[in-house]
Design a binder for this molecule. Structure first.
Ligand code: SF4
Length: 352
């Protein structure tokens, strides 16, 4: 039953081969970039980012030579920013530890920051023809449905069955094409909410389809509970420039933007905590112009309520601070962008 997947998928892949800019490429660097970007992100969103990255950083050397801030600025909008930081760090390791050549050995690939078992299998099968089956959420879903594998796919017994089925189904003559076909099928046809069984090459013999309720598989994973959090954002302006810092905090760590301070409740002590944070950063006695409209924002499991405060300050810039024009907040992650937009509205009111 599992082996039938191999031939059915191979035929379908040949017929439907999706036109994606990284398809047909054997360059492990370019494949790595696409695989990292595709984690948790839609293909349609990734295409533009991948093209811009490849234009600007065509190889590991150019990516390693770029500043982290610049790389994260290019990443802005893709979310899950630790991916961007790991990408940059891994590029540096490729240069220092592998002479600038992407490693061929799966064990060495796996050691690069941000590269797990799935990404190793994807890169090594597509670029080097290694017989390694990918198992991500998409593949897991297809296999659970096709074979009717019950149980939480995160639990050891179900995981082992899925892994075993993925290995058995792997087309060892064309592992890269097979893996891409599996991922394409999961993304475009066997989707989590509305599997299009009529168009599916695996329809014959699929347990989930035969049941009439294909979405019963895989069994839903327990969700991490959402957490409500409250943060103040201290937007400091000097002329028409906003002061920005690189953060190493819990929220948007590694990114530049106005400082963020965690509050204990809705708006609680926002002014005091934001002013104290600014003082720590070398901004002493800034003039508070007011509270801008608060807004909501979500980052993974966190439901955030953000309280932007607008300050004016005229001293010399402390070390590590840079500025961004107040109308160019779009170069920063969405949360900072919203804070700056709210502060800008307030500034316009102050000047009216
Ligand atoms: S037949 Fe339907 S449920 Fe089965 S693998 Fe195809 S799309 Fe998924």
């Amino acid at each position: 039953m599992v082996r039938q997947i191999t031939t059915k998928l191979a035929d379908w892949y040949r017929r439907s081969n999706q036109q994606l800019p990284w398809r047909g490429i054997r360059d492990p660097y370019a494949i790595w970039l696409s695989e990292v970007m595709l984690q948790q992100t839609r293909v349609s969103t990734v295409i533009g980012y991948w093209n811009r990255f490849i234009d600007k950083y065509p190889d590991a050397q150019s990516l390693a030579a770029a500043g982290l801030d610049e790389v994260l600025e290019m990443w802005a909008g893709l979310g899950y920013y630790s991916r961007g930081r790991n990408l940059h760090q891994a590029a540096k390791m490729i240069v220092t530890d592998h002479g600038g050549q992407f490693p061929r050995d799966p064990e060495q690939v796996r050691k690069l920051p941000g590269i797990g078992e799935y990404t190793t299998a994807a890169i090594c099968s597509i670029a080097f023809g290694e017989s390694l089956a990918v198992v991500d959420g998409n593949v897991e879903r297809v296999l659970c449905r096709y074979l009717g594998i019950d149980g939480d796919p995160r639990r050891a017994d179900a995981r082992q069955r899925i892994r075993q089925a993925a290995n058995e189904a792997l087309d060892r003559d064309h592992p890269g094409d097979h893996n891409q076909a599996m991922m394409d099928l999961g993304r475009s046809i066997c989707t989590s909410r509305s599997p299009d069984c009529h168009r599916c090459p695996l329809a014959t013999g699929c347990v989930a389809r035969a049941s009439g309720e294909p979405t019963r598989w895989p069994q839903p994973r327990p969700k991490r509970p959402t957490e409500q959090q409250w943060w103040a954002s201290a937007v400091v302006i000097q002329d028409q420039q906003v002061l920005i810092w690189s953060s190493d905090g819990e929220l948007l760590g590694g990114h530049r933007g106005p400082p963020l301070v965690k509050l204990t409740g809705p708006g609680v002590d926002a002014e005091q905590l934001a002013s104290a944070q600014l003082e720590l950063l070398g901004i002493e006695s800034p003039v508070l112009l007011g509270h801008a409209d608060r807004f909501r924002h979500a980052i993974t499991y966190r439901k955030l309520e953000i309280y932007p405060l607008l300050y004016r300050w005229s001293g010399d810039l402390p070390e590590g601070v840079s500025t961004i024009p107040i109308d160019r907040g779009d170069r920063l992650p969405a949360l900072h962008r919203k804070s700056i937009a709210a502060a800008r509205e307030l500034l316009l009111e102050v000047h009216r």
